[in-house]
Design a protein around this ligand. Structure first.
Ligand code: NAP
Length: 299
């Protein structure tokens, strides 16, 4: 198929894009129609002037293995992997990074000859976001994480690896909080909401406040477990929800004097990690931010 170059196609290939040499990558999830990954990746490929395309694939869990095998056979560069496939991606891979083995979850698959290589750029992406976007260094700091699902587990491991002195885990289901805290036995422990009052950094990794398909607050995501108006001056408060880029939960913390940061930054930086892994090039962060609206991320 050839045709007019879409916004996001490499500038040098304006005449007929895609071409017979265009390489393909994509995101696999279910659902995936609201993913920002195509925007982020295509912006990166355009800035790097490489003839690559990136598509979103809605794949049900029963078809995930077939999709991965098919992509490998077709010479696809790699997949970004999102819910609900991260654990299956880790299982299916023939090689796994240390962080994937620890988390049992992968957000990146790379097809390399006969190998399916699993990585997880969520951890490094989260820390890069803290350091580069808000100059927060986790080393020696007391950190709290609200939630114990996939995103929370990546953040818990990332903070411990970055040298946090303590990682408190606060979650609705206590048994899951214990499992998550045990990922980092030296610094992790289960905490109560009020113990977050003295943390340097609080990260909310639950879907409360997230917008649903029709742009409405997702009622199944529920109320947040912890009232953010208890946080204030001297504390950094992050909400991993990125739609909306600044949640009401973050606004309440900001109104009380806390420094707040939305979830777009982690999204941008985990995608940047994939771009670097696949292309070997330094990710064009400014263009990637532009693609998702950097200004929207500010309260
Ligand atoms: P998940 O694996 O389904 O985990 C959800 C977590 O939220 C669990 O700890 C769950 O508690 C808790 N939770 C859900 N509903 C709740 C409610 N009504 N009250 C209290 N706790 C509730 O989801 P996930 O993949 O970790 O994603 C969590 C959020 O992070 C989502 O909004 C997602 O969009 C966002 N996220 C952002 C990025 C980024 O790059 N910014 C990356 C990944 C995820 P239980 O254990 O009690 O069920």
């Amino acid at each position: 198929m050839t045709g007019p170059m879409p916004a996001g196609a490499p500038a040098q290939a304006a005449a007929a894009w895609p071409s017979a040499s265009t390489r393909l990558a994509g995101v696999v999830g279910h659902p995936v129609s609201h993913s920002l990954s195509p925007r982020l990746h295509q912006a990166a490929y355009r800035a790097l002037a490489i003839d690559w395309a990136y598509l979103a694939f809605d794949v049900v869990p029963e078809s995930f293995e077939a999709a991965v095998e098919g992509a490998k056979a077709l010479g696809v560069v790699g997949f970004s992997v999102t819910m609900p496939h991260k654990a299956a991606a880790a299982r299916l891979a023939t090689r796994r990074s240390a962080i994937v083995r620890r988390l049992g979850a992968a957000n990146t698959l790379t097809f390399s000859g006969r190998q399916i290589v699993a990585d997880n750029t969520d951890c490094e992406g989260f820390i890069a976001d803290l350091r580069q976007e808000i100059s927060f260094e986790p080393q020696g700091r007391r950190c709290g994480v609200i939630g114990a699902g996939g995103a929370a587990r990546a953040v818990i491991v990332a903070l411990a690896e970055a040298g946090a002195s303590e990682v408190l885990v606060v979650n609705r289901t206590r048994a899951r909080a214990f499992q998550a805290a045990m990922l980092v036995p030296n610094s992790g422990r289960v905490g109560r909401p009020e113990e977050l009052d003295t943390a340097d950094l609080i990260v909310k990794a639950t879907p409360a406040g997230m917008l649903g398909e029709a742009g409405q607050t997702n009622s199944s995501a529920g109320e947040s477990l912890v009232d953010s108006s208890r946080f204030g001056s001297g504390q950094v408060v992050v909400d991993l929800v990125y739609d909306p880029p600044v949640t009401e939960w973050l606004k309440r913390a900001a109104a009380n004097g806390a420094r707040v940061h939305g979830g777009l930054g982690m999204l941008v930086h985990q995608a940047a990690g994939q771009v670097e892994l696949w292309t070997g090039a330094r990710p064009p962060l400014a263009e990637m931010w532009e693609a998702v609206g950097r200004r929207a991320n500010r309260p």
